[in-house]
Write a protein that binds this ligand. Structure first.
Ligand code: SF4
Length: 485
C-alpha cells in the first residue's frame, strides 16, 4: 500500500479550518496526522458530526498502517507497539521501538521491590531517557489465588503495563479479571483456548497474544479472533534456541512482518513478539558457574529481535540490579535502531549554562551536532565544572568534518558569540576552542575580538585542561596588551 499523501488525507477532512483541533488549517492537521503526532479523533468535527461518518471511516482506513498498533496498559506509561508501515527503517522510519518487558514470577517473594526497581529504572544517554516498557507476570505457582494476588500487588507497586502469562486459560482469566481496568496483555491464546480467552478479551476490551510456531495456524487463530471481535492482537511465532534455531526464529518473525507490510495480509497485520526469556526453559542450566554465558545467549537473541523490529520482547535477565549490563546493551541498541533516519541529529545553537558559573568561568565552544554537544555537556557536568557551553550552528555536523567542510568557521563562531551574548555573563573575553578546530584560533581572535585558548581534542580531557592550562588572569593580561597595540 502506497503511503497516503497529505492531500489525500485533507480531502477527507471537513476543510472548514475551524481551529478546534489547535491547528490553524485542516492541511496542517493532515500533515501531522500522517506523522502520527495526533489522532483522527482529534478532529472534533469529523467525530461529532454524523454526516461525516463515511469520511471518518475512510480516513481511519487510509491512515491505519498495514501492521496495526496495539496499546497495552493505561495512563502515562501505557505502551504502543507495532503500527509500522515499512519493513526496513530506511524506507521511512519506525514509529514504535521494541517494547522491553521483564518477566517476574508470581512466586517472587520480593515482587513489589522488583517491580519498583524496573519501574524506576532510567538510563540517560545522549539526551534521551531510556526506560523499560512493561512487566510480564509469569504464573509459575500454578495457583489461581497466588497469580491473582501477584497481579494485584504489581498494579499497586508499578504503573508499568502488565502482560499476564499463563497457558491455563482459567488461571489467566481469573488474574485478568482482577486487573482488567489496567488493560493487561493476555498471554497466550492457542488453538485450544481461543474462544474462552477471546470472548473475555472482547467483553473487556483487552489485547491478546496468539501463539503458535506453525505460521499457518497462527494466522488462522488471528483470523478467528478478528471474527470473534478481538480488536488488538499480538502474534508470537515462538522463540527457539539451539543449532539452526536462531535462523528459524528470525525467519518466522520476518515472514509475518513481510506478510503484513509487503503483502498486506490483514491477519498477519499485527505486532510480532518474541521471548528471549524462553532460553531458561529450553536449555539445561546446571550451575551458576557460567551463568553469564547463558545470560549472554538471551541478550544476543534480544538484540537480534530488536534489529528486525520485533514489536515486543520478554526478557528474564535484567531483573536484578547486578544484571544492568544486559539492559544497557539492549536499550542502547534499541535507541540506535529506532532513531528516525529523517531527523538530522542536531541540537539548537545557543549558550548553555553548566553548574553555577562565576564571572571568570570559561566559555567552551562546540558544534550543534547532537552526538558532540551532549557528550561534551555530560563531560562538563561529570567533572562538576561551572562554565558556559557556546554551541555554534554547524548544520548539525561534528567538529572535525565541520572544520573541513567550512561549517565550523571563525565567522560563524563570532556570530554565535554576538547572537547569544556570550561575553555578557563574564568579565573576560576568552573562548576555549576544541583541539580539533585549533587552526581557527587566529581568525577567531580577530573575528570575535577574543583571546582564544585551544582546549583538548576530546572533551574527556577538559578536567586536566582546567587544572593545568586554564589561567584566565594571564590570558586577559595578554589580551589587554594586544588591545593596546
Ligand atoms: S478540527 Fe477538523 S475541521 Fe477543524 S481545523 Fe482541525 S482538522 Fe480542520
Amino acid at each position: 500500500m502506497a503511503r497516503p499523501s497529505p492531500l489525500e488525507v485533507y480531502a477527507l477532512l471537513d476543510k472548514s479550518n475551524c481551529k478546534d483541533c489547535g491547528y490553524d488549517t485542516c492541511m496542517a492537521f493532515a500533515t501531522d496526522l500522517l506523522e502520527r503526532k495526533i489522532r483522527v479523533k482529534d478532529c472534533t468535527h469529523l467525530i461529532q458530526d454524523p454526516k461525516q461518518a463515511k469520511n471518518l471511516n475512510k480516513l481511519i482506513k487510509v491512515v491505519t498502517p498495514p501492521q496495526k498498533p496495539v496499546i497495552i496498559g493505561t495512563g502515562e506509561r501505557q505502551c504502543e507497539i507495532g503500527g509500522e508501515e515499512v519493513l526496513m527503517r530506511h524506507q521511512l522510519t519506525y514509529y514504535n521501538p521494541t517494547a522491553l518487558f521483564l518477566e517476574i514470577a508470581d512466586e517472587d517473594p520480593n515482587i513489589e521491590d522488583t517491580a519498583k526497581y524496573l519501574t524506576d529504572l532510567k538510563i540517560e544517554r545522549i539526551g534521551d531517557v531510556l526506560t523499560l516498557d512493561g512487566i510480564a507476570l509469569r504464573c509459575v505457582s500454578g495457583d489461581s489465588e497466588q497469580f491473582k494476588l501477584a497481579a494485584k500487588k504489581l498494579t499497586e507497586a508499578s504503573n508499568l503495563p502488565i502482560m499476564l502469562c499463563c497457558l491455563d486459560p482459567d488461571l489467566l482469566l481469573a488474574a485478568a479479571g482482577e486487573i482488567k481496568e489496567k488493560k493487561p496483555l493476555l498471554y497466550a491464546i492457542t488453538k485450544d483456548s481461543w474462544e474462552k480467552i477471546g470472548t473475555f478479551a472482547v467483553q473487556n476490551g483487552l489485547p491478546v497474544v496468539a501463539v503458535s510456531n506453525n505460521l499457518d495456524e497462527l494466522i488462522s487463530i488471528s483470523a478467528t479472533l478478528k471474527k470473534l471481535g478481538v480488536k488488538e492482537i499480538v502474534l508470537d511465532p515462538g522463540t527457539f534456541y539451539g543449532p539452526g534455531k536462531l535462523a528459524y526464529t528470525y525467519d518466522k518473525i520476518m515472514q509475518i512482518r513481510k506478510a503484513a507490510i509487503d503483502n498486506e495480509d490483514v491477519n498477519a497485520g499485527w505486532p510480532v513478539m518474541g521471548v528471549p526469556a524462553a532460553y531458561w526453559s529450553q536449555v539445561k542450566v546446571e550451575s551458576d558457574k557460567d551463568l553469564w554465558l547463558h545470560q549472554y545467549q538471551e541478550v544476543i537473541m534480544g538484540a537480534i529481535m530488536e534489529s528486525i523490529d520485533t514489536s515486543l520482547i520478554v526478557l528474564h535477565t535484567g531483573q536484578k540490579k547486578e544484571e544492568i549490563w544486559a539492559l544497557l546493551a539492549l536499550m542502547t541498541l534499541r535507541q540506535s535502531v529506532f532513531s528516525d533516519p529523517r531527523v538530522y541529529p542536531a541540537v539548537d545553537p545557543g549558550l548553555y549554562k553548566i553548574g553555577e558559573p562565576d564571572d571568570m568561568a570559561p566559555i567552551f565552544v562546540t558544534s550543534n551536532y547532537r552526538m558532540t554537544k551532549i557528550p561534551v555537556e555530560q563531560d562538563l557536568q561529570g567533572a562538576n565544572l561551572n562554565c558556559w557551553l557556546l554551541v555554534a550552528d554547524t548544520e548539525g555536523i561534528g567538529i572535525e568534518s565541520a572544520v573541513a567542510g567550512g561549517q565550523f568557521n571563525a565567522g560563524g563562531i563570532a556570530e554565535a558569540v554576538k547572537e547569544f551574548k556570550a561575553f555578557d555573563n563574564v568579565k573576560h573575553r576568552i573562548l576555549v576552542l576544541p583541539g580539533m578546530a585549533a587552526r581557527l584560533s587566529g581568525a577567531l581572535e580577530d573575528e570575535a575580538d577574543a583571546f582564544v585558548v585551544v582546549g583538548p581534542r576530546d572533551s574527556s580531557g577538559i578536567p586536566k585542561f582546567m587544572e593545568i592550562q586554564w589561567k584566565p588572569e594571564e590570558f586577559m593580561k595578554e589580551y589587554e596588551s594586544w588591545s593596546k597595540e
